[in-house]
Design a protein around this ligand. Structure first.
Ligand code: NAP
Length: 267
């Protein structure tokens, strides 16, 4: 069974390749925008290109049975049509349910006749590297909505579920909601980072407009949209679901473990 992993240079796609190898997959092709940066293991067949470039995707899809579809909403319709035409038997996509902004991916995949599994992650723990500059330069975090709580997820956990779903067709037709193992407030997440650093870091709560202004240098036009979503988590915290542990057989990464593993980014 030949598996094509798209978006294999960085982030989730690259981690999916590692997880597939760990699980014993032997016929992996990886589509990467930058083979040098991807530094793929020798047992992986390297294809150069981008899921959003139809010519390179078309070439990479030849002979493929199962596809990991990296998130690129502008071209997802074309990508799915190319996969179906190439005879792909199953698609595992990184997307999100209604209201997340990522549902366009699921809708496009479902227009095809190709069996699918949707991965629906919540917020990524890596988003909290947005505090790294402040922590390094001021020793505190000035941000809004300290009481907003969610169960953010680590990227390797998303990749581990993706790899299982690529190798095991029992997840066909399922939407796998993915979270970390615990629901934490934003100031509790900061305390986990502070603990990893071995020092105190204050969460200085800003009012909503100040918070947008503080986040704009890092997030630009998305700062307001992001913080509006964060605000809803005060009254409606996102609770943890057990999908990662159920699918992978190992506990999902805690925020404290993620902070320890990524502590150098904050030092
Ligand atoms: N529910 C959610 O929160 C949710 C759901 C779905 C997606 N997302 C979003 O998806 C992203 C995470 O997914 P990911 O890390 O796997 O994907 P990613 O790094 O955003 O990449 C997605 C695709 O774009 C390509 N790409 C990325 N940067 C590029 C660049 N500078 N030039 C050309 N191509 C580029 C990647 O290919 P290469 O890796 O080969 O460069 C890949 O095919 C995050 O931005 C996240 O916000 C979130």
């Amino acid at each position: 069974m030949k598996i094509l992993v798209t978006g294999a240079t960085r982030n989730i796609g690259r981690l999916v390749v590692d997880e597939l190898l760990r699980l014993g997959a032997t016929d992996i092709r990886a589509l990467t925008t930058d083979p040098t940066a991807a530094a793929l293991p020798v047992e992986v067949e390297v294809a150069t290109g981008f899921v959003g470039n139809s010519a390179s995707l078309h070439r990479a899809l030849q002979g493929v049975d199962t596809l990991y579809l990296a998130p690129h909403p502008p071209t997802v319709g074309t990508a799915v049509a190319l996969a179906e035409a190439a005879g792909v038997q199953r698609i595992v996509d990184l997307a999100g349910g209604a209201g997340t902004g990522w549902e366009v991916i699921e809708e496009a995949v479902e227009t095809s006749a190709v069996p699918w599994t949707h991965l629906e992650p919540g917020e990524f723990m890596d988003n909290y590297t947005m505090w790294a500059d402040q922590i390094r330069s001021t020793g505190q975090v000035r941000d809004g909505y300290a009481a907003a709580a969610n169960a953010a997820i680590a990227l390797p956990d998303i990749a581990a579920v993706a790899a299982q779903a690529l190798l095991d067709d029992s997840y066909v037709g399922q939407r796998l909601e993915l979270t970390g193992p615990e629901c934490l407030r934003r100031d509790e997440k900061l305390q986990a980072i502070a603990h990893a650093l071995g020092r105190d870091i204050d969460y200085v709560e800003l009012d909503p407009e100040e918070a947008v202004a503080a986040l704009e240098p890092a997030m630009g036009e998305y700062a307001r949209w992001y913080l509006e979503g964060v605000a809803t988590l005060i009254e409606h915290p996102q609770l943890a679901v057990p999908t990662v542990a159920e699918v992978t057989g190992r506990a999902a990464t805690t925020f404290a473990e993620w902070a320890e593993a990524n502590v150098e980014q904050f030092r």
